[in-house]
Each structure stands twice: as structure tokens, then as C-alpha cells.
Design a protein around this ligand. Structure first.
Ligand code: HEC
Length: 323
């Protein structure tokens, strides 16, 4: 193990072994070496093995060399020397640097002389020149693609990336139902959601609100009057955060998922207008949905303290509140 070549061979061997193991051992998204630490042991064995091979081949070589007669030894050394001369990497490296050897510097020294300081006229190193050519080719390709033909410029690229991200967010919101909060919740009307809401209601709420929502300990949920506000947003908020302190309506957000709260709230609202068996008296204030279509509300003033309205053809009477 005297040469750089043997070190390089060992490193190459290890890299090869590593990737072979990564490709052949099924480990899902994580690295095989992370998932199965035993691979470290395998690699360690491979390492020892590689060193052994290098040592053995080196020893064999030296034993064989000693067995040769002098003439053959000289021949072998010459061949070895030749092989070093022909080393492709070394030669390419030298070519790319194009350095004049010291002994030939006289050929390129310029004829001016400043107090004994002279200047060498070195050629540009080829590696640098090739890179320069590459930038010229790149510039031409770039100009043709983006300034002559209509390549996408950075602005457009940005717009496209933003549009894609938006679409992904929309998609994510659709699948991630539990992102719902009081600001984004919407009334669900699908049969499945209402049925799911009913299940949640029957499991958690009927003790106080009765199975038909007519009310018991808790208020009637089928009428137009709400203590804490009607409409999906208020109802969702009540279910999530609970009612007023000490009234018995707890916050359900620790027990129910946001999607379940949206379903049960929608179910509660679907009970609106039904007639429970034994309804509790209305409590709270008349709730008028601020988003309801205006033409369906008819207001009749009975006297200075009472008004009557018709909401979706249902007459309701309310007190005039002066503010
Ligand atoms: C322990 C009894 C109890 C349980 C169980 C209960 N509630 Fe209530 N609920 C109440 C009480 C009491 C109120 C009145 C709160 C107040 O006055 O602040 C209330 C109020 C409400 C309101 C607001 C009514 C209004 O007029 O503003 C809604 C909506 C509601 N509950 C839905 C539910 C849902 C949905 C469940 C099941 C997940 C549930 N409740 C479970 C007792 C209960």
C-alpha cells in the first residue's frame, strides 16, 4: 500500500459498495444505512476486505519482482516507468495548465527589463480559455432562447410558480378538512356530512338538547332564537368554544375534530324549522342571517315597540330595540 492509486482504489471500492447497498436494500424514503445500521458493519467488512486485497497484491508483486533475474527486473522497471509517462490524467492535467517548465522560461521572457524585473509572456491556461469559450456559447444559446424566441423569463417563471402553489393549496384545503376554523367554516349540506353530524349529535349532545333538538338543559336548537348567535359561524364557534360560563355547554374543540364540529353544527342548523315533540321556549334573540337574500324579508311595523317580519314566508314577531 504505497501508492496513491491503491488509496483511490479503496475509496472507489467503498463508494461502489455503498451505492450498491443503497440500491439493492429496500428502505422506502429513508437511506438504507439509516434504516438498517447493520449496513455499517457490512461496509466495515468490505473495507477490511479491500485493504487485504491491496496488501496481498502488493506483496505478491514484490515477491515476484525479487524472483526475476536482473535483466528482467530492469525491463519491468522500464515498463513501469513507461506506464507512468502515459498516465492519461497526469498528461491531461499538464496540458490544461500549459505551464512552461522552468528550464524553458528563456523562450518566453519579454525583452524589456525594469531594474532587473522582467516579464514572462505566458499563454493563457487552456482550462481558463475553455471556460471562457463555454460562457460565449452559453451566452449565444441564452440570447437566442430568451430574447429571440419566447423563452419564459423570470417574471413569468415566478407567476407560474405562484399559480402552481395556489392550486396546490386549494387541493390541500380540499383534502385536509380539519383545517376548518370559525373563519373558514361553511354550512355543509351534503347528505353524508349531515348524517355524520347526526351521529356526532346523538353521541354527545342529546343529553341536554334532546334527540330532536327541542332542548332540555340546553336551549331549543330548532327555532329562530339564539343566545349565542345563529348561522354556521356562530354555531360552530359555540360548539368549539362552549357557551357562557357556568351554563353547562362545554367547549367541544378538545373532543371533536374541526371537521366533526362543522358537521354537527351543520346538522344542528338542518334542524331549523322542524317541530320537536316538546320544544323549549325560545331563548335569546331573533337571529336574522345577514347574508340572507333581502327580498325574502318582509317587515311590518305593528306599533312603535313591535315589528313583524316574514322570513322565507314564516312570520316572526320581534321587539324593536332602540340603540
Ligand atoms: C351538558 C349539557 C349540554 C351538552 C352535552 C351540550 N350542550 Fe349545547 N348547550 C347547553 C347549554 C346549557 C347551552 C346554553 C349555553 C349558554 O346559555 O351560554 C347550550 C348551547 C348550545 C348552542 C347555542 C344555542 C344558542 O341558543 O345560541 C348550540 C349550537 C349547542 N349548544 C350545540 C351543542 C352541540 C352540537 C352539542 C354536542 C356536541 C352540545 N350542544 C352539547 C348544554 C349542553
Amino acid at each position: 500500500m504505497k501508492t496513491t492509486a491503491s488509496y483511490l482504489r479503496i475509496i472507489g471500492f467503498m463508494v461502489l459498495a455503498f451505492f450498491l447497498l443503497e440500491f439493492t436494500v429496500e428502505s422506502g424514503d429513508t437511506w438504507a444505512i439509516v434504516k438498517y445500521p447493520v449496513i455499517w458493519a457490512v461496509l466495515g467488512l468490505v473495507f477490511v476486505f479491500a485493504i487485504a486485497i491491496e496488501v496481498i497484491s502488493e506483496t505478491l508483486k514484490s515477491i515476484l519482482f525479487r524472483g526475476l533475474n536482473e535483466e528482467a527486473q530492469a525491463k519491468f522497471l522500464a515498463a513501469e516507468e513507461q506506464r507512468k509517462e502515459n498516465n492519461w490524467f497526469k498528461n491531461t492535467y499538464k496540458k490544461l495548465l500549459a505551464k512552461k517548465p522552468l528550464e524553458k522560461e528563456e523562450e518566453i521572457v519579454l525583452d524589456h527589463n525594469y531594474d532587473g524585473i522582467r516579464e514572462l509572456d505566458n499563454t493563457l491556461p487552456p482550462w481558463w480559455v475553455y471556460m471562457f469559450y463555454a460562457t460565449i456559447i452559453f451566452a449565444v444559446v441564452y440570447m437566442v432562447r430568451y430574447h429571440i424566441f419566447d423563452g419564459i423569463d423570470q417574471d413569468q417563471e415566478y407567476e407560474i410558480a405562484v399559480a402552481e402553489a395556489r392550486a396546490e393549496i386549494e387541493e390541500y384545503k380540499k383534502t385536509a378538512k380539519d383545517l376548518i376554523d370559525v373563519n373558514t367554516v361553511e354550512l355543509l349540506t351534503g347528505k353524508q356530512d349531515i348524517a355524520a353530524g347526526k351521529t356526532v349529535f346523538e353521541a354527545n349532545c342529546i343529553a341536554c338538547h334532546k334527540v330532536d333538538g327541542g332542548g332540555g338543559i340546553g336551549p331549543n336548537l330548532t327555532d329562530d332564537y339564539w343566545i349565542l348567535g345563529g348561522g354556521i359561524k356562530n354555531v360552530f364557534n359555540t360548539v368549539s368554544e362552549g357557551g357562557r360560563d357556568g351554563k353547562g355547554m362545554v367547549a367541544w374543540k378538545t373532543d371533536l375534530k374541526p371537521s366533526e364540529m362543522a358537521q354537527v353544527s351543520s346538522y344542528v342548523l338542518s334542524l331549523h324549522g322542524t317541530t320537536p315533540v316538546d320544544p323549549k321556549e325560545p331563548e335569546g334573540d331573533l337571529w336574522i342571517d345577514p347574508n340572507a337574500p333581502v327580498e325574502e324579508v318582509e317587515v311590518k311595523i305593528i306599533d312603535s315597540t313591535k315589528i313583524q317580519m316574514k322570513i322565507e314566508d314564516q312570520p316572526v314577531t320581534g321587539d324593536v330595540v332602540k340603540e
